[in-house]
Design a binder for this molecule. Sequence first.
Ligand SMILES: Nc1ncnc2c1ncn2[C@@H]1O[C@H](COP(=O)(O)OP(=O)(O)OP(=O)(O)O)[C@@H](O)[C@H]1O
Ligand SMILES: [Mg+2]
Length: 204
Amino acid sequence: MQKGIFITFEGSEGSGKSTHIRFAASYFRKRGRRPLMIREPGSTRSSEAIRRILLDPQNKKMGQATELLLYLAARAQLVEEKILPALKAGRVIISDRFEDSTLAYQGFGAGISRHTIESFSRFVRGSLKPDLTFILDIHPQKGLARGGRHDRVEKKSDAFHRRVRNGFLTLARQNKKRIVLLSTDKPVREVQQQILKHLKRFYG
Ligand SMILES: Nc1ncnc2c1ncn2[C@@H]1O[C@H](COP(=O)(O)OP(=O)(O)OP(=O)(O)O)[C@@H](O)[C@H]1O
Ligand SMILES: [Mg+2]
């Protein structure tokens, strides 16, 4: 049986995660794998229900503790119901966001301490970590302009989105072995070439 692979795509709003996930999935399909595509928060029945609460702009008063715990609750269900069984079955899993987003948004963005996030996170995911993470970087104004500002998270302040971006850049510096940092302020094709290079290096 082939070895399970867990790859995550991270980055701010409109940084190109969905676009480049499709490209990475096609890389593995060409090599005879059938990647499992998931998104956070979401991808199980209960996690998608939690996603709707988190993104609902009407939930204006949601506090940061509630927010953190809802993201982690959604993740707990996804890990148990989908990620761990797929890894065990030797599949390639590609996730749109995972724990780096929690550190960037709830940590750097909202100001919850890293210690708090990491201790709850360990409870949720045990020793599970992505094998490879792409952080896609774009200036927040540019990224938000690509998709608009519709949901509860996109509607947060410009200063919040700047902290999130800087958070992702810091995480990339602190985890050089796992994280590949790519600027998406350039044509899609150029970013794809870089992703291809790294996928070949790891899984060629
Ligand atoms: N270098 C690039 N990489 C990715 N997308 C790019 C790039 N240049 C321009 N774009 C455009 O920017 C948009 C990125 O949107 P995409 O939905 O992939 O981002 P996302 O990170 O998934 O956003 P969201 O946070 O809303 O889910 C697309 O319309 C894409 O064509
Ligand atoms: Mg997307």
